[in-house]
Design a protein around this ligand. Structure first.
Ligand code: ACO
Length: 345
């Protein structure tokens, strides 16, 4: 591959002496379970209806994993597809990072289970938890290993079986989420483009607005914790909404500024798929043309750490981006956490 023509932006990595190595996304893949749960089906489970869900969220249906399908199963399938795309064999993988809030079990990590499943014998493996922001956090961590010459091939996966922590009697939350996984392969390529920057942020003072209180060291599982429904996701929707818009706009502006880019130079914006109204508010504040904003939440709902990874796979495989195009990824989630990444495809 020959070098691309010069582009009118600055690679912020160069400032830190990393100019000699870049980090490219060489493979993308995703997997969603086959079972579709529609809004009409949900309206037979809780007091809701298709009209409310569609107008308030934009979600029409979501995928639900089978009872015997865990997060590592979804993750492994997405990983295999990303490796095939990149033309990389599993035994070439040096490191696997899985972003998830729904691991198969507290330990060992999903990443270790995926390592065994796909046969990535030499790979180191660990999970990373930053809720819905996990994929960009994991991208940034993965690229650091590439840039530092520690590893040549890193598999980054966002995977969730959120249906396992949803309270199916709570209409405020159960309509919003779905299951799925997305993966990318990170490698160094001798050309100027790739992952140009990623910024991350967090505000632990707002941890309470979106959390799962039970099952950790604070409230270990007991018959009381189960009876009190503490092992389900809890969310203050309005607070989450407000913070999501603010945080994603801040992260987007920081990432663009680092690269000396303006929003109109971005060909495709891939925001976290939580709520269509959040996405529209972010696009409006950033003055981004709506036709450049990718949305697939109508089909999958909010898949947390998998959301942007699945969307990236769909954007690339649909032919919507071409070599040299600039992509802006935006995330927001529990923690609170948020982030943005700029990728030149
Ligand atoms: N069906 C029908 N009515 C409902 C439903 C439902 N599924 N859910 C809530 N309502 C009702 C409420 O009870 C309330 O009724 P009331 O006025 O009688 O009290 C009314 O609808 C309005 O409720 P609001 O909370 O004000 O509705 P809002 O327009 O804010 O939409 C929503 C709620 C969709 C949750 C929105 O606030 C949202 O999307 N928040 C952000 C969620 C998010 O981004 N999460 C991302 C992070 S997830 C992670 O990190 C794991």
């Amino acid at each position: 591959m020959t070098d691309l023509p010069p582009v009118p932006f600055r690679n912020p990595r160069a400032r830190h002496g990393f100019k000699s190595r870049t980090c490219s996304v060489t493979g993308v893949g995703s997997y969603v379970p086959s079972r579709i749960l529609t809004n009409d089906e949900l309206s037979r489970m809780v007091d809701t209806n298709d009209e409310w869900i569609t107008t308030r969220t934009g979600i029409r249906e979501r995928r639900i994993a089978a009872a015997d399908e865990a997060t590592s199963d979804l993750a492994a399938k997405a990983a295999v597809r990303a490796l095939e795309f990149a033309n990389v064999t599993a035994d070439q993988v040096d490191l696997i990072i899985v972003a998830t809030i729904t691991p198969d079990m507290l330990f060992p990590s999903v990443a270790c289970l995926v390592q065994e499943r796909i046969g990535a014998r030499k790979a180191a493996a660990f999970d990373l938890e930053a809720a819905c922001s996990g994929f960009i956090y994991a991208l940034e961590v993965g690229q650091q290993f590439i840039m530092s010459h520690t590893y040549d091939t890193v598999l980054v996966i966002g995977a969730e079986k959120l249906s396992s922590i949803i309270d199916w009697t709570d209409r405020n939350t159960c309509v919003l989420f779905g299951d799925g996984a997305g993966a990318v392969v990170l490698q160094s390529r001798p050309r100027s483009h790739g992952l140009l920057t990623a910024c991350m942020g967090a505000d632990g003072s707002k941890a309470g607005i979106l959390c799962m209180p039970g099952g950790g060291s604070r409230i270990p599982a007991s018959s009381d914790s189960v009876a009190s429904r503490l092992h389900f996701l809890r969310m203050d929707g309005r607070e989450t909404f407000k913070n999501a818009v603010l945080a994603m706009c801040t992260a987007a502006n920081e990432a663009l500024q680092r690269c000396d880019l303006s929003i109109d130079q971005i060909q495709c914006i891939i925001p976290h798929q939580a709520n269509r109204r959040i996405i529209e508010a972010v696009a409006e504040r950033l003055q981004a043309p709506p036709d450049r904003v990718f949305v697939n939440l109508d089909r999958y709902g909010n898949t947390s750490a998998a959301s942007v990874a699945i969307a990236l796979d769909e954007v690339v495989r649909s032919g919507r981006v071409k070599t040299g195009d600039l992509l802006l990824l935006l995330v927001f989630g529990a923690g609170l956490t948020w982030g943005a990444a700029v990728i030149q495809w």
